[in-house]
Design a protein around this ligand. Structure first.
Ligand SMILES: CC(C)(COP(=O)(O)OP(=O)(O)OC[C@H]1O[C@@H](n2cnc3c(N)ncnc32)[C@H](O)[C@@H]1OP(=O)(O)O)[C@@H](O)C(=O)NCCC(=O)NCCS
Length: 355
């Protein structure tokens, strides 16, 4: 997938660029030091360069095409130091183009700033879970660098066409019922996915401000001429929580903003992973294809052969990932491809976003 030019682009990345980018998004200096220290070894390794070049090319190619499935795969921590640091280099290379894309699309500069400064949060998650420098989960950077997920106020908002993008709510209404409910509910209708970051300020006044700003910003950036729903799929919306939490708690008040759907699925492991940030649950939170899990299970040790197998497995995952299909229709049908992102949550909710 990576051309010689793509690989050259990776090799042209300088320590200065890395430092500037990571400082821009407020990564602590001690972490930046570790990222820079690994760069000469990473840059001299053809395998890593080619892998990174492939992912950079893919991100650039997909930017602006929200229907291309987001790969949800295990992190590369088991492939050694370069694997742990991999996503910092991806970020450093894609950062300027991603910011430019958002800015050209009408995203205000403070929203670009809050979107990109999520990086330290994921560095902290990695530190908490694994006690080392890294970015967890790495794939979460992909919708951000593709320019389709932004942080406004307390929450992240994700542009997705219902039933088409693989981060769209699932399960959803049946085709018949969604047609009956009309515009906004149908397969292919534009929607906005809501994500709750770790430590998000969820007090009612924070959320009022967040939703008010998000309505303004997203209506300008992601224009629609029809009713659009916002959906959220989270353990926070589990109705059972009302049996345990204070009715005045942030979580219960957050729940009241949404209408709960009848369908959900249980997933204690993923819920616990999110709440307690236990080591090892992050990269495997989402269901991967059978082939991907086979690859990871053969590479649990860290020797050179395991590393080669891990890198090869990752490369094959990347190559197998669908490229953008330009001009393809996105309405009225479910064109899901690749592994389905069965989100970790117990319930789906929806609310009318805008008209
Ligand atoms: C989302 C989040 C910020 C909500 O926290 P909050 O604003 O403190 O929520 P509430 O005030 O409603 O909490 C109610 C109770 O649950 C507790 N609680 C909430 N989140 C908790 C967590 N992650 N771990 C332990 N306890 C938690 C609170 O301490 C509070 O306990 P108390 O009644 O004894 O004081 C927090 O849960 C969090 O950071 N979660 C991780 C990210 C996440 O799960 N995102 C959703 C992904 S789908």
């Amino acid at each position: 997938m990576a051309s010689k030019d793509d690989e050259q682009r990776v090799r042209d990345l300088t320590e200065r660029d890395i430092k500037r980018t990571l400082r821009d998004v407020r990564i602590p200096d001690v972490v930046i030091g570790r990222v820079l220290a690994q760069w000469p070894e990473f840059r001299a390794d053809d395998e890593w360069v080619s892998l990174l070049a492939s992912l950079v090319a893919w991100v650039d190619q997909c930017r602006g095409d929200v229907d291309v499935p987001i790969p949800i795969w295990d992190d590369l921590d088991d492939a050694g130091e370069s694997g742990r640091i991999f996503y910092f280099y991806l970020f450093a290379i894609c950062y300027d183009l991603a910011c430019g894309f958002l800015s050209d699309g009408g995203c205000p500069s403070d929203v670009i700033d809050s979107t990109m400064t999520v990086v330290p949060r994921h560095v902290q998650i990695h530190e908490r879970k694994r006690g080392s420098v890294g970015f967890e989960p790495g794939w979460w950077l992909l919708p951000i660098l593709r320019g389709e997920m932004v942080q406004v106020g307390s929450l992240q908002f994700h542009r997705v066409n219902l039933g088409v993008g693989n981060l769209s709510p699932e399960p959803w209404y049946s085709i018949e019922e969604s047609l009956e409910r009309g515009v906004g509910f149908r397969r292919g209708d534009p929607s906005v996915g809501i994500h709750i970051p770790y430590g998000a300020a969820l007090a009612p006044h924070d959320l009022d401000a967040t939703f008010a700003r998000a309505r303004e910003v997203l209506s300008a950036m992601w224009r629609v001429n029809q009713r659009r729903l916002a959906t959220c799929q989270s353990w926070l919306l589990d109705a059972q929580l009302t049996d345990f939490l204070d009715p005045a708690s942030n979580i219960v008040q957050f729940q009241r903003r949404f209408n709960l759907l009848d369908d959900w699925y249980d997933n204690d492991e993923e819920t616990i992973g999110f709440i307690f940030q236990k080591s090892g649950s992050g990269g495997r939170i989402y269901h991967a294809t059978r082939r991907c899990s086979e690859v990871s299970s053969t590479c649990s040790s860290a020797g050179p052969l395991a590393r080669a197998a891990r890198l090869d497995g990752f490369r094959r995952q990347l190559m197998a990932w669908p490229p953008p299909i330009h001009g393809a229709s996105t309405t009225g049908r479910n064109s899901r491809q690749g592994p389905m992102a069965s989100l970790y949550c117990l319930a789906i909710v929806l609310t009318i976003w805008s008209r």
